[in-house]
Design a protein around this ligand. Structure first.
Ligand code: ARG
Length: 572
């Protein structure tokens, strides 16, 4: 596929110059689901203006017809962009596609952009809630997609540990007499408990509420050294604790950053610039606010302590100097849309090297109903444990498969449970609110993570039965595919659409594009597994070509699953 694309580009140098989009892998490339392999390149509007010229060029150009049987320019029509259609020679197409799928070489050239993806970003005073789960898994997929396509990608986790509520948290730790040992064992739960206790106490006594505020002001001013040291310890324990959940989810970060790391000094400097740009307004009560699109957003409190927005501006500017990023994606729920609008506009106003298209709030809606069967889900760990337990119950109940001694059942149940939760969340368009249901998430036959794992296991076990066959020694052979039932070519076409689904998923920042592709791939694979039996096939040649096809299908499914953050199982 890649070679075909390259060949077309080489044979059309003028076109390549006219339309640099052709160099971008898989962009705008649509493989038609006809019996004839056809590639479409939708022309970007800038190029489409040269439509007539392109048409002439394509007409004049003689293609090497080993690759391309026919080329035509389809002019733009009402609401349809112009495109070039390449009808490909089926033999070369099928053989090269399979060859590419089976090879291990890196298919994409590296773009020069550096992409930062900020995701997960929980607060240490509150439990890791479902919104953070959605951010964590969507962010992870977006980072994976960029990395896979060759972008330099940096993954950030921006943890909330600052602001007035942290005065409460700090006070709670004192009120609850939390020891260092307790904190070390389960910091997230202990911090939460302390926070709840302090909140309750503050509600009952204005005295305590004031103590909390003073404590935060002291923390921020840096005058309480013991407290500052302790704060660092809590953060360390929290990261260690979170890392366990992240590991279970197959998620990682290049850098953990904290709201508290942006000092008042940095922020004062930013405030000066904002004042200079006429964006800052003092309020009578001593607060300072920025006015963005007619909305008044506080940035500094009357006692001089900083607010969320102020710290976010400082963090953004610091990231620009540190990473010189091309784009920064913030994967954060819909509820913070105003905040990010204000953040981007103020940051651009004070930093001339920055412009708005570099910054994007990747929003998502709410998930309702994700809790355990006892109606409890405070911690993400509870949700993952519940998923594992339900999987274990289901497996014990339907223990039709032979007990396999080598299988680590606990681990398999955990992976299956996590796959179910992840895919159920990822298959939704992210902006939509979503009702979570265990029943739906865990079906084998529905569009679920279990289906992906199940299909992967079927392919693995088939290939395992033929492990003595040297697949590397077999060349894909078109003659064979031409004689096969249609299902064989259907599967080849489906494999050919993988690149495109990844590209679109990344362009739209929607994991569901890839997820839906993988569902279709699984369905096509199941049909092919039924119609193209391997074991009972007498003709050795046919058998090995079928194996090759299923091997390519397995590799593609595996790659897709890994991009979603799943760990593909070989047995379940
Ligand atoms: N910690 C915040 C919260 O839980 C989310 C942080 C999002 N990222 C940011 N740069 N503001 O609400």
């Amino acid at each position: 596929m890649i070679r075909i694309r390259r060949a077309i580009c080489e044979q059309l140098p003028h076109l390549k110059n006219a339309c640099h989009a052709l160099e971008v892998p898989a962009k705008n490339q649509v493989l038609q689901n006809a019996r004839r392999p056809t590639l479409e390149w939708i022309l970007p509007s800038a190029v489409a203006q040269q439509e007539r010229e392109l048409l002439e060029m394509v007409k004049e150009h003689r293609f090497d017809d080993t690759y391309v049987e026919k080329v035509r320019v389809v002019p733009s029509a009402a609401r349809r962009a112009a495109k070039i259609e390449f009808q490909l020679q089926p033999q070369i197409f099928v053989e090269q596609l399979l060859q590419t799928k089976l090879s291990t070489s890196k298919p994409y050239p590296s773009p020069t952009e550096h992409i930062l993806v900020e995701y997960s970003s929980p607060n240490i005073a509150k439990p890791f809630h479902v919104g953070h789960l959605r951010s964590t898994i969507i962010g992870n997929v977006l980072a994976n997609l960029h990395q896979h396509l060759g972008y330099r990608t940096t993954r950030l986790n921006y943890l909330g540990d600052w602001g007035t509520q942290f005065g409460l948290l700090a006070l709670g730790v004192i009120l609850e007499n939390v020891t260092d040992e307790e904190m070390q064992v389960s910091p997230i739960e202990v911090l939460y408990k302390s926070y709840v206790a302090a909140n309750k106490a503050a509600e009952e006594s204005p005295e305590i509420a004031k103590r909390a505020r003073d404590l935060f002001a002291a923390l921020e001013a840096g005058t309480d050294e013991t407290m500052a040291k302790q704060w660092q310890q809590y953060r360390k324990y929290t990261i260690e604790d979170l890392s366990k959940v992240y590991k279970r989810l197959g998620v990682h970060f290049d850098s953990y950053e904290w709201e508290s790391q942006y000092s008042q000094m940095q922020i004062l400097d930013i405030l000066d610039k904002l004042r200079h740009a006429g964006l800052l307004q003092p309020e009578q009560d001593g607060r300072e606010i920025v006015v963005i699109d007619g909305r008044r957003i506080p940035i500094i409190k009357s006692d001089g302590s900083t607010l969320y927005l102020a710290r976010d501006i400082a963090a953004l500017l610091e990231r620009l100097s540190r990473f010189q990023f091309s784009r920064l994606l913030y994967v954060v729920d819909n509820g913070q849309a105003d905040h990010f609008n204000a953040l981007f506009k103020t940051a651009v106003a004070v930093e001339s090297r920055l412009n708005l298209d570099q910054l994007q709030h990747v929003k998502f809606g709410r998930i309702h109903g994700m809790s355990t069967r006892q109606g409890k889900a405070i911690f993400l760990k509870d949700v993952l444990d519940e998923a594992r337990d339900i999987m274990r119950e289901k497996r014990n109940f339907t223990a039709t498969t032979k007990k396999n001694q080598t299988l680590d059942d606990e681990n398999v149940c955990d992976i299956l449970g996590i796959s179910a939760v992840l895919v159920n969340v990822l298959k939704q368009r992210r902006q939509r609110d979503h009702e979570f249901s265990w029943m739906q998430a865990l079906q084998v036959n529905g569009d679920t993570g279990i289906k992906l794992q199940y299909t992967h296991c079927r392919l693995s076990s088939l290939l395992d039965n033929f492990r003595e066959v040297d697949l590397d020694g077999i060349k894909p052979n078109w003659m064979h595919f031409a004689e096969e039932p249609e299902d064989a070519l259907d599967l080849v076409y489906e494999l050919a659409r993988f690149d495109q689904s990844i590209w679109r998923s990344k362009e739209q920042l929607e994991a569901c594009v890839l997820v839906n592709y993988l569902f279709v791939l699984c369905n096509t694979t199941s049909r092919a597994l039924k119609r193209l039996p391997v074991k009972h096939e007498k003709c050795l040649q046919r058998q090995s070509q079928r194996l090759l096809l299923f091997h390519a299908a397995k590799k593609t499914l595996q790659q897709g699953m890994q991009l979603l953050g799943l760990r593909p199982l070989d047995q379940m």
